[in-house]
Design a protein around this ligand. Structure first.
Ligand code: PLP
Length: 419
C-alpha cells in the first residue's frame, strides 16, 4: 500500500496536494514522474498556472502608467502580489520588497549597488563555505574591482558551520552574507545568531534565503537582517521573478542598481531623480505576470501552512535518511547534518564510487528526477572532497512512496553497475 498522509500522520495531505500539480500526472519513460529536484526548481500548482493565464487573458497591460481600466488592473495585480510577498516573509511594509529577476540578481544588487557605494579597499566581507555561487561570485568581483578582503566561515565535518573563529572572522568586517539553508547539505544556519554577531561587529547582515523561504516559516523582521534574497521558482512560483527584501534604512542608503525607465521620478538633460522605494530598484517593465504567479504561489503555500510544510519535510527527510541507511548502509554516503530537525529536505549523496551522473541516468530510466553535479557550490564540493554528488530534494508533493522510488532507483543502479 502506498503510504499517504492519512496513514503516516503527515500534517500535509500529500495525496491531495499531488493532484494540484498537473505535471505530476505525466508519465515519463513509461513510468510515474517522481520529481525529486525541488531545490533546483519546484513544480507549479494549477492555481499558479491559472493566475498567470488569467492575468494575460484579462488584464495584460503595462503598469504604473496606464490611464485605462486594464492597466489599473495590471498595476493592482503587481502591487497586490508585492503585498502578499511582504506578508509571507514578515516584511514591515511593501516598500521593503523589491522584485528582481531571481535571487542571483538580488544578491548582485546588494554587492554591486550597496557594495560599490560603501566598500573600500581592504574592507573585510565574510561569507561561508556553503554558499551558492550566487553569493560568492559577486563578492569575488568586488575583490577584483574594489580590493575587498573575502573571508570564509568554514563548514565542519558534521555539515554545520564551524563558528569557533566567528569573532576573529568578523573583526572589522563590513558585511556578513550567508545562506539560511544550504542547497547542497540542507544545513540550516543559525540566522539570528549570525545577524546579531554581524551587527555587534559593525557589519551589515545579508541572508540568502533562497532555500529557506520555500520550506520554512520565514520572518525577516525577526531575523533582524539588513537584506534577504530569495527566488520565486523554488517556491511554487514561476521563473523570472525573485525578491530582494531590505530594511527601508538600508534600501534608502543604496543607490539604484539598473537604471532607465520606471525607476525615476524625474529625468532632465542634467541628470535624474530616483523613484521611491521599492520602484527605485525596478528599472524597466517589471515581471508582471511572474509577480502575479508568485502572489498565487504565496497564497498556495499559505493555504498549506508553512509550519505544516516544515513539519512534513522534517518527517519525510527523517524517513529518507532512515530508510536509505537501512537499505544501503555505508555504500551510500549522505552529506550534511544527521538530525532532520537541523536540516532541510536536501539529500546530497554518493553511492560507492559510481559517478553521480551515471547514477542519475539510471534514475531517469525509472522516471526519477534527481540532479547530479556541483550544485553551483564548487568551493563547498572541494571542502567535501567530492567533484559532484547526486542530490534528491523534497517538497510538499513528495511522500514516502517517492523516497521508496529513489531507493529502488539506487538499487537498480547498483545492479546495473554490478555491485
Ligand atoms: C542557496 C541558493 N542561493 C541562490 C540560488 C540562485 O537562485 P536563482 O538561480 O533563482 O537566482 C540558489 C539556486 O539554486 C540557491 O540554492
Amino acid at each position: 500500500m502506498t503510504p499517504t498522509s492519512a496513514t503516516t500522520g503527515d500534517p500535509l495531505d500529500v495525496e491531495r496536494i499531488k493532484k494540484d500539480f498537473p505535471i505530476l500526472e505525466r508519465r515519463v519513460r513509461g513510468k510515474r514522474l517522481v520529481y525529486l529536484d525541488s531545490a533546483n526548481t519546484s513544480q507549479k500548482p494549477r492555481a499558479v498556472l491559472d493566475a498567470i493565464d488569467s492575468y494575460y487573458e484579462r488584464s495584460n497591460a503595462n503598469v504604473h502608467r496606464g490611464t485605462y481600466l486594464i492597466a489599473e488592473e495590471a498595476t493592482a495585480a503587481l502591487e497586490g502580489a508585492r503585498t502578499k510577498v511582504a506578508g509571507f516573509v514578515g516584511a514591515r511594509s511593501e516598500r521593503e520588497v523589491v522584485f528582481t529577476k531571481n535571487a542571483t540578481e538580488a544578491l548582485n544588487l546588494v554587492a554591486k549597488a550597496w557594495g560599490r557605494a560603501n566598500l573600500r579597499a581592504g574592507d573585510p566581507v565574510v561569507i561561508t563555505e556553503l554558499e551558492h555561487h550566487a553569493n560568492i561570485v559577486p563578492w569575488h568581483q568586488l575583490v577584483d574591482e574594489v580590493g575587498i578582503e573575502l573571508r570564509w566561515i568554514p563548514v565542519g565535518a558534521d555539515g554545520h558551520l564551524d563558528l569557533t573563529d566567528l569573532d576573529r572572522l568578523l573583526d572589522g568586517a563590513r558585511v556578513l552574507s550567508f545562506a539560511a539553508m544550504s542547497n547542497v547539505l540542507g544545513t540550516m544556519t543559525p540566522v539570528e545568531r549570525l545577524v546579531a554577531a554581524a551587527h555587534d561587529a559593525g557589519a551589515i547582515a545579508v541572508v540568502d534565503a533562497s532555500q529557506h523561504v520555500p520550506h520554512v516559516p520565514t520572518d525577516v523582521a525577526a531575523w533582524g537582517a539588513d537584506f534577504a534574497a530569495f527566488t520565486g521558482h523554488k517556491m511554487c512560483g514561476p521563473t523570472g521573478i525573485g525578491v530582494l527584501w531590505g530594511t527601508e534604512t538600508i534600501l534608502d542608503a543604496t543607490p539604484p542598481f539598473l537604471t532607465g525607465g520606471e525607476m525615476i521620478l524625474n529625468v532632465t538633460k542634467e541628470g535624474f531623480t530616483a523613484n521611491e522605494l521599492p520602484w527605485k530598484f525596478e528599472a524597466g517593465t517589471p515581471p508582471i505576470a511572474e509577480a502575479v504567479g508568485l502572489g498565487a504561489a504565496v497564497d498556495y503555500l499559505d493555504g498549506l501552512g508553512m509550519a505544516a510544510v516544515r513539519e512534513h519535510e522534517v518527517a519525510l527527510t527523517g524517513y529518507a535518511l532512515r530508510s536509505l541507511a537501512e537499505r544501503f548502509g555505508d555504500d551510500l554516503r549522505v552529506h550534511g547534518p544527521a538530525e532532520p530537525a537541523e536540516r532541510g529536505g536536501v539529500l546530497s549523496f554518493t553511492y560507492r564510487d559510481v559517478h553521480p551522473h551515471d547514477l542519475t541516468q539510471v534514475f531517469d530510466e525509472r522516471g526519477v528526477c534527481v540532479r547530479a553535479g556541483h550544485h553551483c557550490a564548487k568551493p563547498l564540493m572541494r571542502e567535501l572532497g567530492v567533484a559532484a554528488t547526486a542530490r534528491a530534494s523534497l517538497y510538499v508533493y513528495n511522500d514516502e512512496a517517492d523516497v521508496d522510488a529513489l531507493g529502488d532507483a539506487i538499487g537498480a543502479a547498483s545492479d546495473f553497475f554490478s555491485f
